[in-house]
Unconditional design. Structure first.
Lengths: 346, 346
DNA sequence: TGAATTCACGAAAACGTTGTAGTATTTTTA
DNA sequence: TAAAAATACTACAACGTTTTCGTGAATTCA
């Protein structure tokens, strides 16, 4: 950073004014051919590159998109980031990624730091704690200050902005319906606590599929995972709950999990119980990620098209950024269709 | 961004000078108590936060660390980012993550954009293409301009900077030795092309373990995966190679994979061949990630302690950034020990 | 040849911040 | 009571860039 060449230094070296250097590099017709070439050659030899910070300050825009996700380790979020990157790059935007680690406080801190001039707009998915607390003031405050925000996946109505979501209800409905179609009648649901809206919506889809097929609902067939701070602990508790459910109800012949981590826990539990997949129990889950592809048996999944979500979110955000007439204040919610990827577990 | 309150606006509202506002907020003794309190109260009510861009320009530092990784989808890199984040946050630094997607060009573009004033220093792991091309001019140029760089995992001697690596040779040696200890004598190695140095080093460890145990080396036991642009394709080719190896050599009783994706491919191949793990064939691999934990059987792994690596890299980089005396130009290489996590596959 | 144009460049402001160096007032000191 | 010192502020430069507005000098026109 300290050896960086600036317009001023070049101007001094070449005995011209700063404006002349600046204009030459921008091919301004105001500058004579000879001078322009001389300056451009010198700049090239020095490896001059304009300082982005100075440009940002001057232009009041950074050409950077901030992304805040709860967890990099989740395959789905990684895909979304990839999608965002692609579109951003195509449009000359940078992407910076920050992590909330499912923590409300980290989400607030990251949001505020990035909002202080570092980025032009946000794409984010709420942390679990934020949804639990139902405290969205930081997001709303950011929006109020004129910063465009696009929410994806974990969205809530209390925040007014563009949103990109998966049709969770339908995806869950389709998944459940597939199991029912295969003759399964006692389907165990592995979901989250209700404050995680994707879990809640997927639960709704599951219920609707039961109703539409005139199957009786049974509360004992719905397991809502506890939410300690350690996901390892959560999973071992979930495993135990699954085993218990099977011991209490020998009829269970299918499992629908709202993400692949839960499905992984189910696989382990079934193995312990010596139940064969898919012969005795079929499994389907959300998140078409690594676990689904590499587990034995491989898992049938509801693919959320993370990359598509990222692309959509990025292009919507960039639309907002480019059109200056901020009069436009109608926000839209874009729904990305899910697809079922059938594998060995069904 | 447009409604953001600035010092100037506040100064205007309160009929004082900009300096007075600035100093009040910094609790300067130059300002009278009454004025100071009045200004602080107003600033608070307006939700004033200093503009980072302006600060960066003035201070010639951004308090931001740039991280470039080849792929978010790799669990190992995600862990490293987590580690970096923790240390950075503790020291008041921001972290921005950019992805090279294993592409040389994206690595160069990201490096240059971030280097143009957006960050104070880099932590990065080289893309596969960069290692293949052996073209490191962009990194060296960045270093030459006075930007501190810390390389991790995929490092090469041609770049002079601090480095954080795993003891790949020893990790691979230990892994191979474990299989030998269990009585395995014909161990298949699944590795990368030699230009990926971690693959090369792990291959060395494998060879050394064979030599130290007076076992004969067999080139047919070493499979180097091809490198097309599609990892899906790579994997199906790898699977076929594994099947072929087993058909040609019925003696194979162990597999050592340099990452868990390769081990996943091995699992699928063995299943097709109807070979039981670990009874007929044992498996061990690098990367203690999701696949290893959720596959059936679960995989014994060499844990690289990604979070530790990230923490180490971040603290070394911050050390460089804080000590201004750039006279210090001796660089160090820090080695993080690996640990073997034993699971069902051995 | 004198006036009007064009050419080729420079000066300065602006973005938001901080810190140094003033500068009026008031208070203390001798 | 005059000089010195403290108080409570303001002005201004600087960070690197772009861009508008000047401005001398050279060129063209009548």
């Amino acid at each position: 950073m300290k050896n960086k060449i600036t317009l001023k230094k070049m101007a001094h070296e070449l005995n011209v004014s700063i404006s002349t250097v600046s204009k030459s590099l921008k091919d301004s017709p105001e500058i004579g051919d000879e001078t322009r070439e001389r300056i451009k050659a010198f700049a090239k030899s020095q490896g001059y590159r304009p300082n982005n910070i100075a440009l940002s300050l001057k232009n009041k825009k950074t050409k950077t998109i901030g992304v805040i996700i709860p967890d990099v380790v989740h395959y789905f979020f990684a895909l979304v980031v990839n999608g965002i990157e692609q579109i951003a790059r195509q449009n000359g935007y940078n992407v910076v990624v920050a992590l909330s680690n499912e923590s409300f406080e980290k989400e607030v801190v990251n949001l505020e730091t990035l909002a202080d001039g570092l980025i032009d707009g946000f794409i984010l998915s709420l942390s679990r704690e934020t949804m639990k607390n139902q405290d969205y003031h930081h997001i709303n405050e950011t929006i109020r200050q004129g910063m465009p925000v696009v929410l994806f996946d974990r969205v809530i109505p209390e925040i007014e902005c563009d949103k990109v979501v998966v049709d969770d209800v339908k995806g869950a409905y389709d998944a459940t319906a597939l199991l029912i179609e295969k003759g399964k009648k006692n389907i165990l649901l592995l979901t989250t606590q209700d404050y995680v809206n994707v879990g809640r919506l997927r639960t709704q889809g599951y219920i609707k599929a039961f109703q539409d097929n005139a199957l009786p609902l049974d509360n004992d067939l719905i397991i809502k995972t506890v939410d300690t701070q350690s996901s390892d602990k959560d999973m071992s508790i979930l495993e135990k709950s699954i085993e218990k459910a099977f011991r209490n109800n020998k009829q269970i012949d299918g499992i629908f999990a709202v993400n692949e981590i839960y499905a992984g826990a189910a696989l382990r539990a079934l193995k312990k119980l010596n139940l064969a997949v898919p012969d005795q129990v079929s499994i389907i889950c959300f998140t078409d990620g690594l676990i689904s592809k590499y587990s034995t048996p491989t898992l049938t999944t509801v693919k959320q098209h993370g990359e598509e979500i990222g692309k959509m979110a990025a292009s919507k955000l960039i639309d907002r950024l480019e059109k200056e007439d901020d009069a436009e204040t109608t926000f839209e919610e874009y729904v990305i269709k899910t697809t079922i990827i059938e594998r060995e577990s069904t």
